[in-house]
Design a protein around this ligand. Sequence first.
Ligand code: ADP
Ligand code: ZN
Length: 218
Amino acid sequence: MHIVLLGAPGAGKGTQADTLCEKFNLVHVASGDLFREAASAGTELGKKAKSYMEKGLLVPDDITISLIKEKVDGLGTAKGVLLDGFPRTLEQAKALDKNLEVRGKKVDKAVFINVSSDELLRRLSGRWICRQCQAPYHMQSAPPRVAGRCDKCGGELYQRADDTADTVKKRLEVYFAQTSPLIDYYRQKGKLVEVKGEGDPRVVGKGMLKALSGTKQE
Ligand code: ADP
Ligand code: ZN
């Protein structure tokens, strides 16, 4: 089973990804995390990706597609996969369909977490993330119990370099120009499951699972 998670930066993909992985027993593949790992490891790919990420731009399709393909192929077939942050362009979506097709697989569902752009801006400025487990916090609306420490694992919280005001604006622009067309792409294929992403994350998660309740686990 392959689920694609769609939504703007700040829509809450990371949080709902955990819920989906647990429910459907999927491996979580987050393209942004892979790029950040490569960047801090200082690999050639990482350096290149970093130069785009810092500006709030998408990493070019050729690099992104081969990185994800390598990762997904390496996972084998024992478990399904949740793709979080990939695809982000039509080119990437078509490449994914092709790669899965040669293995007799397909994208089963695309879950779109819909959040208004005002709310996205508010969430992204003020966001802190756990270095160890990637759990997100918000300075105003979801602060950790102990300042600077993750409630779940005690890890150190940090603010992503691309969560600054100007870069946040750019990322949202890029999302609406390049990624939001994917909503129609999956809708036309009858695979889109749309979920309202505002309000309590647990309620959002319940709504999402309900919307997916007809989906069989393979
Ligand atoms: P967010 O969804 O909050 O922007 P991500 O962690 O998913 O955060 O992505 C961070 C950055 O990594 C993006 O702004 C982009 O530069 C790069 N990136 C992630 N996924 C992709 C992708 N599928 N295609 C191109 N660039 C990507
Ligand atoms: Zn943590």
